[in-house]
Design a protein around this ligand. Structure first.
Ligand SMILES: Cc1cc2nc3c(=O)[nH]c(=O)nc-3n(C[C@H](O)[C@H](O)[C@H](O)COP(=O)(O)OP(=O)(O)OC[C@H]3O[C@@H](n4cnc5c(N)ncnc54)[C@H](O)[C@@H]3O)c2cc1C
Ligand code: FES
Ligand code: FES
Length: 470
């Protein structure tokens, strides 16, 4: 049962709406609260693709909870009224909840932040200008005042310490195991426990954020007999730097790794900001993006270009595999039964190297790539000392294109050699045509992305020559 169905059919809280049932429209947005220090961290999520047991140990806030004891609207609701930000109102509870989470962010929001926070909410009738105005009025001004004055922005903030205590008190440290109507939900509490559980249940569905798996249920109507969730495996959610690597736990949420990755690889940060929406990134993980074996996941080509590795574990044995070798065929991966991804190790930038990645999709926000290209080059005295070229959306798996790398390695980083490599790329990959893009379009985009990488990394002189030719 999804959180959305639970709210509407069991709790009879029908303020939360269903639009798409696939995480795309934001009508079902609710906010989860988790203790953070003395306070509570609030995150907007899509209730339609989150399973009800995943609420364990969390506070859930829906649109019904916002007005105060006297029935007065919450400041974000009031701002929506004052800025005429609602017409039919179907999208409105979702927008309000996204704004509620933004209102509780650690820093005041500017327009970019507002656009990002609302990118996962669709409105068909009002238009976004009044909604963005309401957001700016309530999240820019009020939050700034509140944080400089140290005042609480609402009753939730005022009661945060007590709420944090009550949420913590729910935690019994016992492993949650639920059984109902032939279905089982198991939430191991450590990597070791997870290994044991998966050995006992090798056919179980391993669930991280559920932003892919949720749709198996809501769209494909699959019945998942046994689900083993990473929700409580805290040691797989850590992100740390060690031995020249950024070690990202496979259960770390996108929103929790974004800034760390962006600090080392700004382009990776830009790409992650365009992965799904804030709601999706508040549940989704890089582990899930690799584990799903999709040819069009955004992070695998980037990780391949960065020479990242995955640490896999089965029972108590661990092995390390380059991300490039993890994908065996269309949706086939190197994972053995009972094996899982523990973490992803991303090398920190090496001196002298340049890295770029580009996502080409039909929309800027909230869209899957038609093609994603990732490139890394190390030049020594103008010559290519090391290079990686990787693509998503160009084959049955994310791929490293060694033929193109060979065409460029150990020679000058020049227009003529890049043009030769673009021709090699033409024959090296055979993309498919589907509803996102035709094979010809994909091939042309891939060529052009390599050219763009050259333009952005070559000397100004080489750049001018190529631009003039174009
Ligand atoms: C509205 C929407 C927009 C999206 N936009 C994008 C986008 O722009 N770009 C993009 O790339 N994707 C996008 N996605 C897809 C999805 O969000 C990502 O693939 C995400 O990374 C999946 O992570 P998750 O934690 O939710 O995985 P889950 O759904 O929990 O799992 C996905 C798969 O990975 C497996 N898995 C999970 N964790 C592990 C592990 N530790 N070890 C082994 N296997 C594991 C699961 O068993 C399952 O097969 C979108 C999805 C939605 C619904
Ligand atoms: S109902 Fe559309 S995102 Fe959930
Ligand atoms: S007000 Fe109708 S969908 Fe937004």
């Amino acid at each position: 049962m999804t959180v959305l169905d639970y709210l509407r059919t069991v709790e009879k809280l029908s303020g939360t709406k269903e639009g798409c049932a696939e995480g795309d429209c934001g009508a079902c947005t609710v906010v989860l609260g988790e203790p953070a220090g003395d306070g509570v961290k609030y995150r907007a999520v899509n209730a339609c693709i989150m399973f009800a047991p995943a609420l364990d140990g969390k506070q859930i806030v829906t649109v019904e909870h916002l007005s105060d004891a006297g029935g007065a609207p919450h400041p974000v609701q009031q701002a929506m009224v004052e800025h005429h930000a609602s017409q039919c109102g179907f999208c409105t509870p979702g927008f309000v909840m996204s704004l509620f989470a933004l209102h509780h962010a650690a820093t005041p929001a500017d327009r970019t932040e507002v656009n990002d926070a609302l990118a996962g909410n669709l409105c068909r009738c009002t238009g976004y200008r009044p909604i963005a105005d309401a957001a700016l009025a309530v999240c820019e001004g009020w939050a700034a005042d509140a944080f400089t004055a140290g005042a609480a922005v609402d009753a939730f903030a005022a009661g945060a310490a007590g709420t944090a205590r009550r949420i913590r008190a729910l935690d019994t440290r016992d492993r949650l195991e639920l059984r109902h109507a032939g279905q089982t939900w198991i939430a191991p509490r450590s990597v070791a426990e997870l290994s044991e559980v998966l050995l006992l249940h090798p056919d179980a569905v391993l669930l991280a954020g559920g932003t892919d798996v949720g749709l198996w249920v809501t769209k494909q109507h699959r019945v998942l007999e046994t689900i083993v969730t990473l929700d409580a495996v805290d040691d797989m959610a850590a992100v740390e730097e060690a031995n020249g690597m950024l070690r990202i736990g496979a259960a770390a949420l996108y929103e929790d790794v974004l800034e760390r990755l962006a600090a080392h690889y700004p382009d990776f940060g830009i790409l992650l900001r365009r992965l799904g929406s804030r709601q999706i990134r508040n549940r989704g993980t890089i582990g899930g993006n690799i584990g799903n074996g999709s040819p069009i996941g955004d992070t695998p080509p980037v990780l391949i270009a960065l020479d990242a590795t995955v640490v896999l574990r089965r029972d108590s044995a661990e092995r390390v595999l380059p991300v490039a070798e993890f994908f065996l065929g269309y949706r086939r991966t190197a994972l053995a039964p009972g094996e899982f991804i523990v973490r992803i190790d991303v090398p920190l930038p090496r001196p002298g190297e340049q890295f770029r990645c580009y996502k080409v999709a039909k929309r800027f926000d909230q869209d899957i790539s038609a093609v994603c290209g990732a490139f890394r080059v190390e030049l020594v005295d103008g010559r290519v000392h090391d290079i990686r070229v990787a693509f998503g959306g160009m084959a049955a798996t994310p791929v490293r294109v060694v033929a193109v790398e060979r065409a460029l390695l150990d020679g000058a980083w020049t227009e003529a050699r890049v043009r030769t490599a673009m021709d090699v790329l033409d024959t090296a990959l055979t993309p498919i045509s589907d509803m996102r893009a035709s094979a010809d379009y994909r091939r042309m985009v891939a060529r052009n992305l390599l050219c763009k990488f050259f333009l952005e990394t070559a000397s100004p002189k080489a750049r001018t020559r190529l631009e003039n030719a174009a």
